[in-house]
Write a protein that binds this ligand. Structure first.
Ligand SMILES: Cc1cc2nc3c(=O)[nH]c(=O)nc-3n(C[C@H](O)[C@H](O)[C@H](O)COP(=O)(O)OP(=O)(O)OC[C@H]3O[C@@H](n4cnc5c(N)ncnc54)[C@H](O)[C@@H]3O)c2cc1C
Length: 388
């Protein structure tokens, strides 16, 4: 067992599951450069995830899943991200949404059971498409301009979504829309293949290219009345969401991969100006130590917060929003730092297209723009400290 993991792996079941995750990590790392280069969705990785039952992990046991805790979910995310961050982030949305539904009972019981059973028996995938061109990050409270209208007892949806990760692989899309009649914001469950639902392949980004977070165009998409699965008003004030820690776990995985790559490089590389590998230079050792400090503190904070979440009751969870946001802030910023240090160790080789380091550099940047945004987190931290 890696010494950095020694205190985090607590049970044999976790250790056995992580061995499987390691197999997937190795497989995915071999495919990552090609999917990144071509910006293709990693269907092959998802075939393997399905084969290993990894798309079932957060489904409740009563519906055939493994009902992973948040802590265990993050272990998987971190490990898969070391192989391919885009695969991990995509998997995280799917597993996280199911975990959140399991914990909140937000959906009608029958519908949740049906979707869970389809995940188990048909390997279906789900994600939420909430961002829009003009709403910006939905976490900032922007209202969807996608509309929903009840016509002849069926909902008719029209609008455009951006950043819909896993778009080409999804079986279910959770679509946010504003109900024209009431002005309420609601969520609708839309199946792949629904008439009028089109994926526009716009995703051509610096990093996380294989997530295929494409646009969705909804033109008179008509769904049953029961497809409305919740309204913002009914849900009340947004509640803290532990499952969103899959985001920091993913970027910590990228940082771990960069750290491992840099350490190996420092042991192997010996320029002819030196009579030893570069790992023996104090300047290089200092950078290695700085990476260790970043990763040790970040992972301790992330896993201890996840454990607190798992052990907390409903009231305690409602007080954890600021801490969850702080974990995301610390983990994503610290992961950017680790990748930077790793690249300084490797030097100009890290810029080569054949080096995975340049992909880590591009992928890790995306974490800064997943929710919640840093300035929101700093605001709530200051408010809490000031007692307001
Ligand atoms: C790899 C990746 C995958 C994603 N997957 C999904 C997905 O599956 N589903 C989904 O719905 N979304 C997804 N998203 C979208 C994501 O959740 C954000 O909505 C999106 O990245 C836009 O965030 P933003 O902070 O740039 O937004 P914007 O709100 O457009 O903000 C842009 C900038 O404006 C400034 N700004 C805006 N508002 C304020 C404010 N109130 N105060 C101060 N400054 C402000 C900030 O400087 C900010 O950086 C994904 C994003 C990425 C990068």
């Amino acid at each position: 067992m890696h010494y950095l993991d020694a205190s985090f792996i607590k049970t044999k079941i976790q250790a056995d599951r992580l061995k499987l995750a390691d197999e997937l990590k190795i497989l995915f790392s071999k495919r990552a450069a090609k999917h990144d280069e071509e910006a293709t969705f990693p269907f092959d990785n998802f075939d393997n995830l399905k084969e290993y039952g990894f798309t079932h992990l957060t489904v409740p046991k009563k519906y055939g899943g493994k009902e992973l805790s948040l802590y265990e979910f993050l272990q998987i995310q971190e490990r898969i991200a070391q192989g391919d961050a885009a695969t991990a982030l995509s998997l995280g949305w799917h597993l996280g949404i199911i975990m959140n539904l399991r914990e909140t009972n937000k959906w009608p019981q029958g519908l949740f059971e049906k979707v869970c059973k389809e995940i188990i028996t048909e390997n279906k995938l789900i994600n939420s498409a909430a961002t829009e061109p003009r709403s910006g990050s939905p976490a900032r409270g922007g209202k969807p301009e996608t509309t929903a209208e009840l016509i002849n007892n069926r909902w008719v949806l029209n609008g455009k979504k951006t950043y819909a990760s896993l778009a080409p692989a999804l079986d279910y899309f959770i679509i946010t829309a504003t109900i024209i009649e009431s002005g309420s914001v609601a969520e609708f469950l839309v199946s792949k293949g629904a008439e009028g639902l089109k994926i526009e392949e716009t995703w051509d980004t610096l990093g996380m290219r294989a997530t295929r977070s494409d646009d969705l165009i909804l033109t008179n998409v008509t769904v049953e009345k029961e497809a409305l699965i919740g309204t913002r008003e009914k849900a009340g004030k947004p509640k803290p969401q532990g499952w969103l820690l899959h985001i920091p776990a993913c970027y910590v995985g990228v940082a771990m991969a960069a750290r491992n790559e840099a350490i190996q490089f420092s042991k192997d590389y010996q320029p002819n100006s030196a009579n030893h590998p570069i790992c023996e230079f104090p300047e290089v050792q200092q950078k290695i130590a700085l990476m260790e400090i970043e990763l040790m503190t970040t992972r301790q904070f992330m896993y201890s917060t996840a454990e607190r979440w798992d052990q907390a009751n409903k009231e305690e969870r409602e007080r954890m929003g600021t801490d969850l946001a702080a974990v995301k802030y610390v983990a994503t910023n610290s992961s950017v730092k680790v990748v930077d240090l790793a690249m300084r160790i490797v030097g100009a080789h890290s810029l080569s297209k054949s080096s995975p380091m340049q992909r880590y550099y591009r992928d890790v940047r995306a974490g800064l723009h997943n929710p919640p945004a840093d300035e929101m987190t700093l605001k709530v931290l200051a408010k809490r400290a000031l007692g307001s």
